[in-house]
Write a protein that binds this ligand. Structure first.
Ligand code: ATP
Length: 425
């Protein structure tokens, strides 16, 4: 008889899980699919990330899964984890069931092999500590040691024990993420522990790298504004910079982005923008130079990243002023401005501006100017016309580009005439 869990699975996922179960049988070990996948299955939310845990040698198990399913495997021996990549590119994370102990708050835990129960207990919330058995007589049966299913039904987020946030302060941010994404509330105890952890600033123990991983995960959520509002309410933004909460004020800039994005998404862009970067730039934009540098350092940005955001934001501020000061710009002026910054920065300009014309310029830039900015004449044509390769080339091509954008040339003949008139005697 089919279990209730089987009814919820797509045929494709069923096939994958059945194959994994078969490999587990052959290796005589117990395998489970765990975590977010099971949570989302029960919530009817799509989640294609399979996290598999084996009571046994997870690394060898991953190798056998990849052989059975014609995939490839990459193992991280020291963590006992592996990733199997299937032929269609889908990935399955495979780990050995483990037990963790935290010697120092915020540091990585000491890990030893454990049972599925200990593996589920080391997880963040009861709703993320559910598992489905993949082999043996109980195949596809749900395992729920900690009443996770009940918490899912009650829409409650609950940590396992009093030291959870101290052990791993990343969970403070994960709490915000799941609370806001799923619109769950915190159990009374969890709320108390969370407030206590924030008050004791446990997040200060997190490395910049781990903190950034949490922040970027929040920025990548569908509508991050309310996540930031909640962090502000909980005085959690100080984890990033002590003045951030004050500087973001009532979060007007994030609000403007959230409001503008549905419209901006309708503009055909050369490539799909990374929307989280627009939010990040809006946050960084509200900081002064010193705060900007301190924030980037706290989040362990590389020098290259710091320079990138610094330059983008300075240029954006400059353009913002320019676009506010006058209303008439030649297409080539707009093109030269916007093509010097990333697509995300151009969208930031559009989102933050209160001027309709700035939004119009952004629209025109993407829909018309980019495509009409390419001259017909190529470098070879210029050589044939008698222009020597060298710095002049770029000047000529730029001038052809501007003339095209501004409608001064519309054909190849026009371009040839322009080159002859302006650059050859
Ligand atoms: P998402 O939908 O955001 O991917 P997820 O629950 O799948 O959510 P992951 O970050 O992929 O989240 O983690 C997979 C599982 O690992 C979680 O469901 C949880 O059980 C566990 N986990 C991840 N991070 C932690 C942590 N910091 N502390 C404890 N358990 C964690």
């Amino acid at each position: 008889m089919k279990s209730i869990m089987q009814d919820r699975l797509s045929q494709e996922t069923m096939d994958i899980l059945t194959s994994i179960g078969r490999v587990a049988d052959e290796m005589d070990l117990r395998a489970y699919v765990v975590g977010g996948f099971v949570r989302d299955l029960l919530l009817d939310n799509e989640n294609l990330d399979l996290d598999v845990v084996a009571e046994g040698n997870g690394t060898q198990f991953a190798i056998e899964i990849s052989k059975a399913m014609n995939g490839s495997v990459r193992s991280y021996e020291s963590f006992g984890t592996s990733t199997v990549t299937l032929e269609n590119g889908n990935k399955i994370d495979v780990a050995t069931a483990r037990k963790e102990s935290y010697l120092n708050p915020g540091a990585l835990p000491t890990v030893e092999r454990g049972s599925i129960e200990s593996d589920l207990f080391r997880r963040d919330f009861t709703i993320n500590s559910l598992a489905i058995i993949l082999n043996g007589d109980d195949s596809f049966k749900l395992i729920d040691f900690f009443n996770g299913q009940n918490d899912l039904n009650e829409k409650v987020l609950r940590v396992h024990h009093d030291l959870s946030y101290q052990d791993d302060p990343c969970r403070i941010f994960r709490t915000i993420r799941f609370e806001q994404r799923l619109k769950f509330s915190l159990s009374e105890k969890t709320e108390m522990l969370l407030n206590d952890a924030i008050q004791k600033k446990h997040f200060d123990l997190l490395s910049g790298h781990r903190l950034w991983n949490e922040i970027i995960a929040i920025l990548k959520e569908k509508k991050p504004l309310r996540y930031f509002r909640r962090m502000k309410e909980l005085r959690l933004l100080t984890a990033i910079h002590p003045k951030l909460s004050y500087n973001l004020g009532d979060m007007k800039s994030l609000e403007k982005i959230e409001k503008a994005l549905p419209h901006l998404r309708m503009i055909p862009l050369p490539a799909k923008p990374e929307e989280w970067k627009i939010y990040l730039m809006a946050i960084l934009c509200d900081l002064n130079d010193e705060e900007f540098t301190q924030t980037c350092k706290r989040l362990s940005f590389s020098e290259k990243q710091i320079t990138f955001y610094d330059e983008e934001l300075k240029t954006c501020r400059l353009y913002q002023e320019k676009l506010n000061l006058k209303s008439d710009f030649l297409p080539s002026e707009i093109f030269n401005m916007f093509s010097a910054i990333s697509t995300e920065a151009v969208l930031l300009l559009a989102a933050l501006s209160d001027k309709e014309r700035t939004k119009k310029f952004v629209q025109l830039y993407f829909t018309e100017y980019i495509s009409s900015s390419v001259p017909e004449l190529t470098g070879d044509d210029l050589i044939e016309l008698g222009i020597q390769p060298g710095p002049l080339f770029k000047t000529v091509l730029n001038s052809l580009q501007s003339a095209r954008l501004n409608g001064l040339v519309i054909s190849r003949e026009d371009e040839v005439a322009l080159v002859k008139n302006e650059y050859l005697n």
